[in-house]
Design a protein around this ligand. Structure first.
Ligand code: UTP
Length: 474
C-alpha cells in the first residue's frame, strides 16, 4: 500500500489538492456519505500521488514512446547447452546455485497482485485449480515446490508473496484455510503492492462507488518498490538472503529457484537476470529480449516494429527469437540500490473498460474501453542493471502460463503441458506410457512437487517397465 503523502484528517487540504488537479468531482457524493465512508475516502486520497497522475496524463497526450528499429540489436544469450563446453558451464552454474541454496541465501518471490481479468476467475489467480486429477491450486503447487526445494537443499527457502488490495484478504484466507500448505508461519510472508487510479479520456478519476476512487494494481514493476516499502527487503537482509527468485503466479511449470539460473547469475556478478524461450513464430504475443541503445530490455510484442519481428538471420531463423517468460533473479543489493532515494519504473498505459459510478450515482459497467490504466513492468529494471544474464530454457519444461479462459495460454493447455512433462520424466525413468497410435496420451497424469521436482527425484521410485495410464497420480 502506498505511504500517505497528505494528512488524511485534513478534509480542506485534500479538497484543495483534488481541485488543484482537476479531480474535485471525487467529492461529488460527500453529502451522502456516512462518517466511516468519509474518512475512508480521505484516507484513500491521502495515499494518491496527484502530481504523478497529472504527469502521466500529460505524457499520455503525446505519441507513445515506441521503439526505433535502428537503436535495436539482438542481446547475448546463454543457450541451452549443445557443446561439451556449454554443458560444463551449465554444470558449474548448477553447482554454484545449489551452494547458494544450501547456504540459505535464496528467497522465492511470487507476484500475485494482478486481477486476472482475462481468465475471468472469481478469486485470486493462485486459488485457481490447476491439478487435473488432484484438484491442487496454483498456490498449493508453488508452495509444494518451495517446500521440496528447501528439503532438497537442507535449508529453508523463505517465500514472499506479493498481493494487492484487490486480492490480499482472499489470498490470506486461502493460505490460512490450507494450513499454509505445510510451510512454517515465519517462512511465508505477504505484502501488498500499490494501487493507482485509472483516468478517463479527460484525465479524470473514476468513482468506483460514491465514496471510493477506482484504482488498480500498479503493475508487476511495483513489486520492486513494494519489496522495499513493506520491509521485506530488510527482512531478507537479516535472514542472509542475497538472491531473489522472481516468478509469476500463473506459470505452473516454473522451475522453482532453478540452481542453474541462480548459478549463472551469481557467476556473472549480475544484478538482474532473465529467462527466455524460443518464440513459436514472429506473431507470438510475448515480449522479446533485445538491446536498445546497448541496454538490455524486453520489447513488448506490440512495440516491436513488424519488420524487426519478421527479420531473419542468414540461417532463416528469427533475429529476435528470445521471448521473455517473466522469470528473473534479482540481487538483493540491486533492489536496495534501486530504492535508495526513491525510484519509479516508467509507467505504460493500457486502454481498458473501467466500471464507474455515474453522475446520478448509478453503477455503469461499460463493455467498451473507456479508461486508461497505468502499469509498470518489472523487466524495465533490466535496463538499470550493470550486468544481466539472459538464459535460454526449453519452453516445454518451464513455461505454460494460465492467462485466458480458453485457447492459447489457457488452463487446458497448461494441464496438457504438465501431463506431457510428467510423462517425459516417467519415461526417462523407464516407465512405459500407454500412448495412442499417434503418440498422444488420452488423459492426464499428475505428480506432486513434494514427491518429484524433476526426473531425478523419480529414480528408484519408478520400476522400469511400470505401466502408466491416464489417471496416474504420484
Ligand atoms: P498479467 O500481466 O498477466 O496480469 O500478470 P494478470 O493480472 O494475471 O491478468 P490480466 O492481464 O488481468 O488478465 C502477470 C503476473 O504478474 C502479476 C500477476 O498476478 C501475474 O502473476 N501482477 C500483474 C502483479 O502482481 N501485479 C500487477 O499489478 C500486475
Amino acid at each position: 500500500m502506498k505511504p500517505r503523502t497528505a494528512n488524511p484528517t485534513d478534509e480542506k487540504g485534500l479538497r484543495a489538492l483534488a481541485e488543484a488537479h482537476g479531480q474535485g468531482h471525487v467529492f461529488r457524493f460527500w453529502g451522502e456519505l456516512n462518517a466511516a465512508e468519509r474518512s475512508a475516502l480521505l484516507e484513500q486520497l491521502s495515499r494518491i500521488d496527484f502530481d504523478l497522475i497529472g504527469r502521466l496524463v500529460a505524457e499520455s497526450a503525446g505519441p507513445p514512446p515506441g521503439v526505433q528499429a535502428g537503436s535495436l540489436a539482438p542481446a547475448p544469450i546463454v543457450r541451452v547447452p549443445r557443446t561439451d563446453e556449454e554443458r560444463r558451464d551449465e554444470a558449474r552454474a548448477r553447482e554454484r546455485g545449489a551452494e547458494l541454496l544450501r547456504a540459505g541465501k535464496v528467497a522465492a518471490f511470487v507476484v500475485a497482485g494482478g486481477q486476472g481479468t482475462r481468465l475471468g476467475f472469481d478469486g485470486p489467480k493462485g486459488a485457481f485449480v490447476i491439478g487435473p486429477l488432484t484438484g491442487r491450486t496454483l498456490f498449493r503447487h508453488h508452495a509444494e515446490k518451495v517446500l521440496a526445494t528447501s528439503r532438497r537443499h537442507g535449508r529453508t527457502v523463505p517465500w514472499y508473496v506479493m498481493t494487492s488490495e484487490s486480492n490480499h484478504e482472499a489470498t490470506l484466507r486461502h493460505f490460512r484455510e490450507s494450513g499454509l500448505y505445510g510451510l512454517r508461519e515465519g517462512d511465508v510472508r505477504f505484502f501488498q503492492q500499490e494501487m493507482i487510479p485509472a483516468v478517463d479520456a479527460r484525465g479524470r478519476f473514476f468513482l468506483e462507488s460514491k465514496g471510493k476512487v477506482f484504482t488498480s494494481p500498479n503493475g508487476h514493476g511495483g513489486s520492486l518498490k513494494a519489496l522495499h516499502d513493506s520491509g521485506a527487503l530488510r527482512e531478507m537482509r537479516e535472514r542472509g538472503i542475497e538472491l531473489i527468485f522472481y516468478f509469476q503466479v500463473d506459470n505452473p511449470l516454473v522451475v522453482m529457484c532453478d540452481p542453474v539460473f541462480l548459478g549463472h547469475h551469481s557467476l556473472a556478478g549480475a544484478d538482474m537476470s532473465c529467462k527466455v524461450v524460443r518464440k513459436t513464430g514472429p506473431g507470438e504475443k510475448v515480449g522479446v529480449i533485445g538491446l536498445q541503445d546497448g541496454k538490455l530490455t524486453v520489447i513488448e510484442y506490440s512495440d516491436l516494429p513488424e519488420t524487426e519481428a519478421r527479420a531473419t538471420l542468414p540461417d532463416g531463423s528469427l533475429k529476435y527469437w528470445a521471448g521473455s517468460i517473466a522469470i528473473h533473479v534479482l540481487s538483493v543489493s540491486f533492489v536496495e540500490e534501486l530504492n535508495r532515494g526513491g525510484f519509479n519504473l516508467p509507467y505504460h498505459r493500457a486502454e481498458k473498460s473501467v466500471p464507474y459510478t455515474d453522475e446520478s450515482g448509478a453503477l455503469q459497467k461499460p463493455s467498451a474501453k473507456n479508461g486508461i490504466k497505468f502499469e509498470t513492468f518489472v523487466f524495465d529494471a533490466l535496463g538499470l542493471a550493470r550486468r544481466a544474464v539472459t538464459l535460454e530454457v526449453r519452453r516445454e519444461e518451464e513455461f505454460s502460463p494460465v492467462k485466458n479462459a480458453r485457447g492459447e495460454d489457457s488452463p487446458d493447455k497448461a494441464r496438457q503441458d504438465m501431463t506431457q512433462l510428467y510423462l517425459s520424466w516417467l519415461e526417462a525413468c523407464g516407465a512405459r506410457v500407454e500412448r495412442g497410435p499417434d503418440g498422444s496420451f488420452p488423459g492426464h497424469v499428475e505428480l506432486s512437487p513434494l514427491g518429484a521436482l524433476d526426473a531425478a527425484d523419480l529414480r528408484g521410485r519408478v520400476m522400469p517397465g511400470m505401466l502408466v495410464s491416464p489417471g496416474f497420480v504420484l
